[in-house]
Structures are given as C-alpha cells and as structure tokens.
Design a protein around this ligand. Sequence first.
Ligand code: ACO
Length: 326
Amino acid sequence: MPRARIIGTGSYLPEQVLTNHDLEERVETSDAWIVERTGIRERHIAAATEQCSDLAIAASRRAIAAAGIAATEIDLVLVASATPDMAFPSTACLVQQALGCGPVPAFDLSAACSGFVYALTVGDQFIRGGAAKTVLVIGSEVLSRIVDWSDRTTCVLFGDGAGAVILQATDSGHGLLSSHLHAEGRLADLLMVAAPGKRHPGTGEVFAIEGALIQMRGNETFRVAVRTLGEAVGEALEANNMAPEEVDWLIPHQANIRIIEATAKRLGLPMEQVVVNVDRVGNTSAASIPIALDEAVRDGRLQEGQTVLLEAFGGGLTWGAVVMRW
Ligand code: ACO
C-alpha cells in the first residue's frame, strides 16, 4: 500500500515583527516574564491587507517550487486554520484557484493548534486509499485578528504565519509511518473563540462582537498539554515498536518552551534534537509545525532516512502525533 511522503516544504512569515518590548507598551507585562514563562521573544503580525489565504498561497508556492512539481499535479488541497478568510468559500478553494490547480477537491479543516497533524493525516489517508497521489497540506493563521490585545495572559503568546507541504504517494520505506489523533470535547471550554470566523481587518467592530477573541484558561491548558502530549508520543513510539533513542528529530507545536521541554524530557531527547522557533515565531497554531519543519529542511538539519516525530496540542481539546521516515 502506498503512503504519503513529504517531497517539498514552504513557509511564509509576515514582514512586521512585534517584540516583547512592543507589548510592554500595550499591556502590563515584561520581556523577562514572557521569556521566562513561554520562551517567546517576538512574533510576526500580518499586514491589514493580508488574509489567511494570502499567507497560505505564499507558503504553498514555496512548497511547490521545493517539490519541483506543477500546481496542476495537485489532486487535493487541504487548509488547516482557526482563522479562515470566510465561513465559506473555504480558504482551500481560494488557494486552489490562486495556484492554478485543476478542479480538484479542496477543503478546510478545523482542529486549532492540532490542525496540521490532523490535515497531514487526512492527506495521508487519501493517498493510502488511492484517491490522491499528490496533496497540498497547509497550516495558515492570522491569529492577530482574534487575539484580545488587552488580555496580557493571551496576547503575548500568538503570532501569524503559514507553512505548507507537498505529499506524494510512495512505495519506498519513507513517509508517514503512523498517525495518532485524539480529541476531548469535554475540555472545550479551556480554550475557545466562540464567535464564527469572518474576514475582518483586525480593528474596529470585530472587538465589539462578544466571544470573537481568544479565551484561554492557560494554567489548566498547560497541565493537560504536558500530560496528553506525553501520552501521544508514547503511543506513537509503541505503535512503531520504536525506542525513544531512535527518534532523530522532534518537531513539536510551538506553544510554550516549557511544554516542549517537558515532552523532550519524557522522551529522553536532548534539546539539540528538538526543532524550536517559538522564540522568533510564537504560537502560530496550525501553522506552527509546518513552519518549523520548513526551517529544519531548508537549513539541512533533516536528512534522508531520519525518523521525525511531530506532536501538537490545541483547542477542542485536540492533540496528536505523527511518525515519519524522512
Ligand atoms: N505578563 C506579566 N504577568 C502575567 C502575564 C504577562 N503577560 N500573564 C499572566 N501574568 C501573571 C498572572 O496574572 C499571574 O499573576 P498572579 O499570580 O498575581 O495572579 C502570574 O503571572 C502567573 O500566571 P499563570 O497563569 O499561573 O502563569 P503560567 O506560568 O501558567 O504561564 C501561560 C501562563 C504562559 C499562558 C501558560 O499557562 C501556558 O503556556 N499555557 C498553555 C498555553 C497553550 O499551550 N495553549 C494551547 C495551544 S493554543 C491553541 O490551541 C490555539
């Protein structure tokens, strides 16, 4: 049976950088507090003219170029996002049109910060089932549009960006070995944006809509994240009969350096084998893993044949892990 292999990656970060010192001007916080509690130093913020689809298209173009394919070869377009341009059409349809793909299926998927591992798994399943040979999987977010900029407990955490990968069917031993997805709706109220997504400029009336901004019970979310991620990576290794020392790279969702360190510690993995960019990018939700992955591919850290473990956690609650042979 074929499985999906990533043959190209791309990412896009908006030009504007918002530092912790900039945030000191907005809310009662300090660079020292943010760095100590989260590991974040700065994040990127989309321009008022940039939508989720624009970021997704830019990342996808880079992934397509890296894969060396034509957009017309793509059989399926998947976008994971908590901040789509509109309720419908899906952001995936806007991306499909802009890239010049054929009339292939395109849809969005919502699993908050776990969106990319969910979408990667769906793409892999289309390939394993024979319904697609080449799939574009994107995580793209303009979280700055749904951040409550007056809430110091959340506004310091999030950033904007997009990452994309091209999956292709392979019969080699490379590619996605297994996926392990979970959700626990009982914990939905730990982390939510109650109002539906709409294309808003990020200022003005959006702030008047009750429930349109991120609300999070950070402390409880933190504890559940550490526990569930530890369980998910354990499950992923067991399914592949793999010892922790066989993992070459951990590419975690970039929410908080302390959560990342706790997962690495559970695996017994030194931080040198963990891809981290939370200091420069913050939490970009569904975009976080593909942005980090793209960085590690482009700077040569990921080498053919290595074992890569992805893990993510987010609103829903949702979480999951993916094991790949690069
Ligand atoms: N600057 C200064 N002080 C602050 C700030 C800030 N930005 N934010 C909170 N504080 C204060 C609090 O008010 C509190 O003060 P008090 O003791 O006087 O009441 C104190 O700092 C400690 O607050 P805690 O909430 O206990 O701080 P904690 O160490 O838990 O860190 C954080 C907070 C960073 C939010 C952490 O809980 C966290 O990372 N949680 C998980 C976030 C996450 O991973 N979310 C999931 C993914 S996101 C998604 O799915 C979209």
